[in-house]
Design a protein around this ligand. Structure first.
Ligand SMILES: Cc1ncc(COP(=O)(O)O)c(C=O)c1O
Length: 458
């Protein structure tokens, strides 16, 4: 199994051939899922005592299994938050795997961690946080949010013995991503949502909510989570006024920019994030709008020591990593994971190869595509914009359609390999309305792609 022979050479060539073909195909087949029984009927049992052989397994993957997946980088995949990793980043993901680097401690991963830290330095510079702020790459936005909020809670507990015996409380807006609610559950923390009715959370609303908390709840409040680009609508909370309230109330200020973080590099919208430089922690997902392959999130802290106090693991077999002889930056100290893939390396290589200006331009293109789509919607009498495009998200309605019609249209377009665009909900006059949503990430998406999709709603 570990020997180096002709089979290995052939497999390497097959893998490289597949990879080159796949990454140079800008319109891969828009695959669709099949039932597990159907897939089993097509491929049979693949795990056997003597193995089915690499050639057979790879053929099953290429001919059957990959076709039951939706390529996230398809230019007409505009659902959820899609992705469009650069070809350089994908190639370097292969290099990352081949290099077998343990990304937890400098002693083992120095050269790789150096690469990650170069990319991180650029990310931190986009936020405007003070000099000593820094961060680490995580498996995604959920893990980054959890890491940041655990650091916040530990800091709050360390400041008063009484806090150790009570459940903490988080405040966020109803536009926050579902991972905030999910991670509050993981942390056994209470979460209260400020209802914003489709607007952004402001310092004034936050202040009012805090003033209405009972004395006990005010004691339990340890962090506020603002969103820098809501997933559903691209809305950016009023970060500067929220920062002021957090400072006044002495609570941790976390900004979840998992989706919108890429836009920090876009001069046309950077001002919308003013106030982010006052955050205690920030989440940004390079696997969303910074063109990294899955999976790659990032958590950034104003004060790295607070993150270290919360996350640094201790164990007799880990002591050597903390010794002066092994001195260096240890990513394991700043987030929830110990053993970790050095997942910032593909981003580093792509950034180093292309430079930050190409990143800026590709992100601006996503914002421009959203504006172009909004104009095309306005030009069609059977469509209506629900709200102005925000970052790269466009919400619009097909006049007269019921929720079932949106659903049937989604399935039909997917089945026919035209596009994956899914419905969402929006509060209209206090009622949930089913509408359609675009999220642009991929600079390969064309105006003709947008026309093609909108025309199928006629
Ligand atoms: C604002 C926001 N936060 C957090 C997440 C969760 O990130 P991940 O899916 O990388 O865990 C998402 C994902 O879409 C998001 O948009």
């Amino acid at each position: 199994m570990h020997s180096i022979d002709m089979d290995l050479v052939e497999m390497t060539l097959d893998v490289m051939k597949y990879t080159i073909e796949r990454i140079s195909n800008v319109t891969p087949e828009l695959g669709a899922p099949k039932k597990e029984e159907e897939l089993f009927a097509m491929v049979g049992e693949t795990i056997t005592p003597s193995g089915i052989g690499g050639e057979t397994a790879f053929k099953l993957f290429k001919d059957v299994l990959v076709k039951a997946t939706v390529p996230i980088d398809h230019p007409r995949h505009l659902a959820f938050v899609p992705a469009a990793p650069t070809r350089a980043a994908i190639m370097f993901d292969l290099v990352t795997s081949a290099s077998s680097i343990h990304g937890a401690y400098w002693m083992e991963g120095a050269g790789g961690i150096f690469c990650e830290n170069q990319a991180m330095k650029w990310l931190v510079s986009l936020t405007g946080l003070p000099k000593d702020a820094f961060g680490v790459f995580t498996s995604g936005g959920t893990a980054a949010n959890l890491s940041a909020l655990v650091a916040a809670r530990e800091d709050w507990r360390s400041r008063d013995e009484k806090h150790k015996a009570v459940k903490g409380l988080l405040l966020t807006s109803d536009g926050a991503h579902s991972s905030i609610q999910a991670m509050a559950k993981v942390m056994d923390t209470d979460l209260e949502m400020v209802l914003c009715n489709g607007e952004n959370l402001t310092g004034a609303e936050l202040s009012k909510t805090i003033a209405n908390l009972s004395k006990e709840d005010r004691e339990r409040l340890f962090a506020v989570v603002a969103t820098g680009g809501t997933t559903n609508a691209g809305i950016i909370d009023q970060l500067d006024t929220i920062a002021e309230i957090c400072e006044k109330e002495n609570v941790w200020f976390h900004v979840d920019c998992a989706y919108g973080g890429g836009a920090l590099a876009a001069p046309s919208v950077r001002h919308l994030f003013n106030g982010i430089e006052k955050a205690d922690s920030i989440t940004i997902d390079p696997h969303k709008w910074l063109f990294s392959p899955y999976d790659c999130g990032a958590v950034i802290y104003k004060d790295m020591e607070l993150a270290k106090n919360a996350h640094s693991q201790k164990g007799s077999y880990l002591e050597i990593f903390k010794d002066d002889g092994a001195h260096g930056f240890n990513p394991a100290d700043y987030q929830i994971q110990l053993t970790r893939r050095i997942r910032g390396m593909p981003l580093w290589f792509s950034l180093a190869m292309h430079g930050t200006e190409k990143y800026r331009d590709s992100i601006e293109r996503g914002i421009e595509l959203a504006k172009i789509a909004a104009n095309k919607i306005k030009e069609r009498d059977y469509l209506e914009l629900v709200r102005p495009a925000s970052l790269s998200v466009v919400l619009y309605r097909r006049i007269g359609w019921t929720p079932d019609q949106y659903r049937d249209w989604t399935y039909k377009n997917h089945r026919e390999g035209i596009a994956l665009v899914t419905p969402t909900k929006w509060k209209t006059n206090g009622e949930d309305e089913t509408i359609s949503r675009f999220c642009f990430i991929n600079p390969d998406t064309t105006e003709a792609d947008i026309d093609l999709i909108l025309d199928t709603m006629r």
